[in-house]
Design a protein around this ligand. Sequence first.
Ligand SMILES: Nc1ncnc2c1ncn2[C@@H]1O[C@H](COP(=O)(O)OP(=O)(O)OP(=O)(O)O)[C@@H](O)[C@H]1O
Length: 277
Amino acid sequence: MTTAHTPAAGPAPASVDAAVHATDVGKVFPTKTGEVVALTGVDLEVAAGEFVSLIGPSGCGKSTLLRLIADLDQATSGDLRIFGKPAGRARIDQDYGIAFQQAGLLPWRTVAANIALPLELHGTGKAARADRVAELAELVGLTDFVDRYPDQLSGGMQQRVAIARALASRPKLLLMDEPFGALDEMTREYLQSELARIAVETGAAVVFVTHSIPEAVFLSDRVVVMSPRPGRITDVIVTDLGEDRDEALRESPEYFARVTAVREALHGAPVERANER
Ligand SMILES: Nc1ncnc2c1ncn2[C@@H]1O[C@H](COP(=O)(O)OP(=O)(O)OP(=O)(O)O)[C@@H](O)[C@H]1O
């Protein structure tokens, strides 16, 4: 098996079906002490149903890129399309769901009512909402907890509620910024397995920001490596690990080889290109 690298530079071919299509995207923040170039020359295409992680040192622009995709901020230059639309249009159409490190649940609402929130905002009727909430609670393994309140749940369970809420409107794209960053290692690995299963079951594409190399490799079809000052993509590693992201994978030589490849790409060391031998 080979570890394939694709060059970070050069615009990807346009595809209307792509979940995300970024061409030469840049973001500059004006500050009192001068301009901060948070992103420059970002070319990235995330195919429908593809799981892509963004990894890199603090300040390399991972969250900024995710925020641009989510229409929480605007690019200074370049072109960004979500399923062929501008990010603002995709937001209105609820084409994507969002889950961040803080689950961000409403404490006065039950689990069911938190999951139902996007459906309420979308004007979904009560009966259809109840059906969908039951479906989502089952998907994330919280059927017995729908009447609980967030402060009665563990951190891992709260994140599962946040994932269910993000999936409520059946988005074909999930945007996740370190959703498991605050969890203990065992819960984290458990939720990684759950997320891998959910991504396959829903067919949603995922753009996932993380600081963890093993997490990125375990979950992703491709790991996008970024570098700061200015924030940019420096490498893209295809994991080629198939759809079965189970516990056996964590012990496999292929998995360790990809972890090593991402680590070397992050540290800027030349990685032996198996496909160029
Ligand atoms: N609103 C802002 N105003 C000014 N500078 C900003 C703003 N948001 C981000 N930046 C700067 O842009 C750069 C990229 O920040 P960003 O948060 O995207 O990095 P990151 O890779 O997600 O970092 P971390 O891993 O620490 O979360 C940093 O230099 C940061 O200081």
